[in-house]
Design a protein around this ligand. Structure first.
Ligand SMILES: Nc1ncnc2c1ncn2[C@@H]1O[C@H](COP(=O)(O)OP(=O)(O)OP(=O)(O)O)[C@@H](O)[C@H]1O
Length: 372
């Protein structure tokens, strides 16, 4: 079902103002720093929190509007939170059967539906267990089965892997990926994917599960678009950090071959324009930590890197097979452990960073950065 939502809410100093659209069967990821309003958006959609102004419709059915506020249980929305919150006094099977029972199914029919959904999430063998006997990953799979057994028209996922340990998360992630990407969804063996809003802190989950993403900062959407596009060409520092990219913001200065970003401190950062700019446009330069070469602070630069930054190391962190160096200019660089040892890099070490202009892409800054 197509979701359209316009939500406005004020809470002391926090103000939320968002518009979301998710096509039928689409998966929208909501990313954002702590306190940016992600959970509030889900609570409003679920009907648990009432926005001051809301227009929410699902497949044309108005859930919130002028004089309309459909209560949570009548919305046909499934919610999966970080913690499974299973009913401790019911068996696994009856936890899942609870959803169809709420929709009026007989006990026998509800249990048949529940068994089918437990099989869908690979938990059929747990049917007779008590929730207290389950591991975190098992309980989350059962909670997912319960959310889906109600045949919701919209699925809300609030950091569904956040409370799982590293061993349990991949299995639940795999189940969700399969379910969100097709598979029996409508209770009658059809293969319609369910419209989903996923709140996550993990860019990989956004990339593997969601078609589109919105980035929420301080209750406002600062970036939106196809997931891969937003995460490979971030426009805000938050998204760049999340995507593991460097971002330098400033105003455009056209140069002979390309464009440079003049930072508020007056530094020029040369790159390749992603689109046409005029001088003074608000822009961001984006480049990968692998594109940054690191030399001792007193090195003469050889070759033709257009961007040279003298700074100091602030942190040296393991990052998969490489070491990520953070520096005083907010620029990160990836090096091999051997290079870090050769260069004797520690916090406080002066370094000279170099980045070729060809490795830097310049994008327009988001609308919010243009406002005074
Ligand atoms: N029950 C509440 N009463 C008052 N203020 C609240 C309540 N819940 C959240 N807030 C405030 O509303 C704002 C948005 O919170 P919300 O939990 O939606 O953010 P979030 O993006 O989900 O954060 P996180 O990633 O930490 O879960 C924050 O300023 C928060 O302090």
């Amino acid at each position: 079902m197509t979701l359209h939502a316009e939500l406005t809410l004020r809470r002391k100093t926090f103000r939320l103002s968002v518009t979301l659209d998710v096509p039928d069967g689409g998966v929208l990821a909501v990313l954002g720093p702590n306190g940016s309003g992600k959970s509030t958006v889900l609570s409003c959609l679920a009907g648990l929190v009432r926005a001051e102004r809301a227009h929410v419709s699902l497949g044309g059915r108005v859930l919130d509007g002028v004089g309309v506020h459909v209560p949570p249980h009548a919305r046909r929305i499934g919610l999966l939170a970080q913690h499974p919150l299973l009913f401790p006094h019911l068996s696994v099977l009856d936890n899942v059967a609870f959803s169809p029972r709420c929709r009026g199914a007989s006990k026998t029919r509800a249990r048949t539906v529940a068994r089918r959904w437990l099989a869908e999430v690979g938990a059929e063998s747990l049917a007779d267990q008590a929730p207290t006997a389950l591991s975190g990953g098992q309980a989350q799979r059962v909670a997912l089965a319960r959310a889906l057994a109600g045949e919701p028209e919209l699925l809300l996922l609030d950091e569904p892997f956040a409370a799982l340990d590293v061993d349990a998360a991949p299995a639940v992630r795999g189940v969700l990926r399969r379910l969100l990407r097709g598979g029996p969804r409508d209770g009658h063996g059809g293969d319609r994917a369910i419209t989903t809003v996923l709140v996550t802190h993990d860019p990989l989950d956004a990339l593997t599960l969601a078609d589109h993403v919105v980035v929420l900062v301080d209750g406002r959407i600062v970036e939106h678009g196809p997931t891969r596009q937003v995460l490979t060409a971030p426009r805000t520092a938050f998204t760049a950090r999340l995507a593991g990219l460097n971002l330098v913001a400033g105003e455009a200065v056209r140069t002979g071959a390309g464009v440079a970003v003049r930072t508020p401190g007056g530094r020029l950062f040369h790159g390749m324009p992603a689109e046409g700019f005029v001088d003074g446009d608000a822009v961001v330069a984006v480049f990968a930590p692998e594109a940054v070469t690191v030399q001792p602070g007193d090195t003469r630069v050889v070759g033709s890197p257009r961007n040279v930054v003298d700074t100091v190391v602030t942190a040296v962190e393991p990052h998969g097979p490489v070491v990520r160096l953070r520096t005083g200019e907010g620029i990160s660089a990836d090096l091999t452990p051997a290079s870090v040892a050769d260069l004797a890099l520690d916090p406080g070490t002066p370094v000279r960073l170099a980045v070729k202009a060809a490795a830097v892409t310049v994008h327009p800054a988001p609308e919010s950065a243009r406002r005074p």
